[in-house]
Design a protein around this ligand. Structure first.
Ligand code: HEM
Length: 346
């Protein structure tokens, strides 16, 4: 039997887990683009908890996010693509992620060999037991990349490495932050970053490209990126702009309490992994969101996020789509400072 109290407790512990695992992205009071890559799997301790222990991360939103992904994929097939030459990379990605899940969550996730190229995959959270032969599509219920993205919260893009360039030739991306996977598929890494202000001139993207081309198997790297999103809305892709774009206007009219509840700091932890068999580069995008009212409960986060938002140059704020409300977000965070206790009279 589920009582109201049980539900409240479940919600409270879920919220706690989302704050404790939140990858707060700002290392300074000022944010600029950089080739901010670092070796993965080194946990980061924050004032609220810890993140970054594994390449794949499962939290209390697991089932809810997977359910959303399934709905999006059913409604829009362009969120999933595997160009014909990427089939080996899709198997490589699936297998690599099963290994990562097994290593990070050994109680719930197991990948075991049952014979030459024969495996059994168990996902105890979703109650899955799947026998398969590596490379044999008939032994899986779905295309391998789609199959594994129905079991991880991460979006996935796979980059082919040819002619000294990287091309986004496969992926399942349902939670894009203001871009379109269906539009970008087949484009080169350099073309995709064409719209980003500053980065060409500053060499950020060419350095990232050189770095990615040298990436070695079994040496995963990661980086973070961030923006603001109205409401806990994972899918803010270009395809459905009419559904979420107008919120950027209407949020300016709401009262302060609603503003703090609805404006979320959105952070992507992105992993970069050279797949061992196919040589493709796997790009994982794991999206985390925390409303400003919860960011403000961690005072160092509140102060720093306010500084970053207030100082962010207009061209960057404009590109991120936050220019119309970032000043208010900065002010909201400043105003949320804890009130010092009143002095006690002797
Ligand atoms: C956007 C850097 C890897 C796809 C961006 C932005 C930066 C950046 C600075 C602008 C973000 C913002 O203002 O919110 C990098 C670096 C990388 C990297 C340094 C690697 C070290 C990748 C990879 C992909 C990718 C592997 C493959 C899919 C995108 C897309 C956008 C983006 C689709 C949005 C572009 C648009 O507005 O259309 N990236 N990125 N990035 N990045 Fe990357």
């Amino acid at each position: 039997m589920t009582s109201t109290l049980d539900n409240t407790d479940a919600k409270t512990s879920a919220e706690t887990d989302l704050i404790a695992g939140f990858p707060f992205p700002f290392l300074e009071d000022r944010y600029r683009y950089s080739t901010n890559v670092e070796p993965a799997e080194q946990p980061v301790t924050t004032p609220a908890g810890r993140w970054g222990t594994a390449v794949v991360d499962i939290d209390s939103e697991y089932r809810a996010e997977l359910a959303q992904r399934a709905v999006i994929l059913a409604a829009d097939p362009t969120r999933h693509a595997v160009l014909p030459h990427m089939v080996p990379a899709a198997w490589d990605a699936m297998f690599t992620l099963m290994r990562e899940l097994d290593a990070a969550y050994p109680e719930q996730m197991q990948l075991r060999s049952t014979g030459p190229d024969e495996w059994v995959w168990r996902n105890g959270i979703l109650g899955i037991e799947q026998h398969f032969r590596y490379g044999d599509a008939a032994t899986l219920p779905d295309e391998p990349l789609r199959y594994i993205t129905s079991q991880v919260q991460e979006d996935i893009a796979l980059l082919d490495h040819r002619n000294d360039q990287l091309f986004v030739d496969a992926g399942v991306v349902t939670f894009a932050a203001d871009w379109s996977f269906g539009f970008d598929v087949g484009m080169s890494f350099l073309e995709i970053h064409g719209p980003v202000p500053r980065v060409r001139k500053e060499g950020v993207i060419t350095r990232a490209h050189e770095f990615l081309k040298r990436l070695q198997p079994h040496q995963p790297y990661r980086r973070t990126n961030w923006t603001l999103t109205i409401d806990r809305r994972l899918d803010v892709s270009t395809e459905i702009y009419p559904e979420w774009g107008p919120d950027r206007e209407s949020i300016q009219l709401v009262d302060d309490a609603e503003f703090g509840r609805r404006v979320h700091l959105r952070v992507e932890v992105q992993h970069l992994i050279r797949l061992p068999d196919s040589g493709a580069v796997m790009f994982l995008i794991r999206t985390y969101m925390l409303p400003l009212e919860q960011v403000a409960t961690v005072d160092p986060w509140r102060r720093r996020a306010a500084e970053v938002l207030a100082e962010l140059p207009a061209d960057m704020a404009d590109y991120k789509g936050i220019i119309k409300y970032r000043d208010r977000a900065a002010q909201w965070l400043r105003d949320a400072a804890p009130t010092p206790p009143a002095p006690t009279t002797p």
